[in-house]
Ligand binder design. Sequence first.
Ligand code: ADP
Ligand code: 5GP
Length: 210
Amino acid sequence: MTQMTQKERGLLFIISAASGTGKTTLVERLVQILPNLRMSRSYTSRPARAGERQGVDYNFVSRDQFDQMIARGEFLEWADVFGNLYGTSRVDTERLLASGQDVVLTIDVQGVFQVKAAGIDYTGIFVLPPSFEVLERRLRGRSADSEASIQRRLQTARREVLHYAEYEFVVINDQLEPATVRLQEIIAAARSRTPRMQPIALKIIESFHG
Ligand code: ADP
Ligand code: 5GP
């Protein structure tokens, strides 16, 4: 059940985590469970992994196309991650938020700085794996990246996890189910914030005064 009218602007959620933590797995579960929550589909110059689909997992574009999008100012944020470019379309995100949908971005810490610097309102959630060893096991278990790429991701992870305190919420992805529930709770809490509830609260209060 939604507690808002169609025209109200959606909320922006940002989830960051070191590659291999499980953020994609978690967010895919979340958008299936939660009505009115949509995942933003990023653009990337990275080649698709086996099983990844164009327009579903990412919008896969060439480096040239990506550079042109940067030049045209089409990204809300973008970053070079592991030597590939990743970015969030400004128009796609704005369209979803303006239509009243809540939107979740799974972006790296560099991208979050840009969103923050632009003064955009968002709820930031950092997901940690239970340990470095578990992260390594998950990256290897995914068996989607070369050994060099796994090493690079692990090196970057050592730096990325230091940023956890810059986020409003922290969730540990140990078991999938409890971590998913915790994310749902955070989203429910954000949806219950007073500014978000104000229109409906005002309507109820009006009924008290005839
Ligand atoms: P990310 O998007 O953060 O790079 P993925 O969602 O691709 O990570 O997950 C990395 C790997 O870890 C995948 O093989 C996924 O199935 C697995 N995984 C994710 N969460 C858990 C969990 N809670 N327990 C065990 N394995 C997990
Ligand atoms: P992967 O190659 O494993 O799909 O993603 C690698 C990293 O890129 C992850 O840390 C992920 O959060 C980040 N990423 C994915 N999409 C975007 C995006 O649109 N913007 C930014 N800044 N990072 C992204």
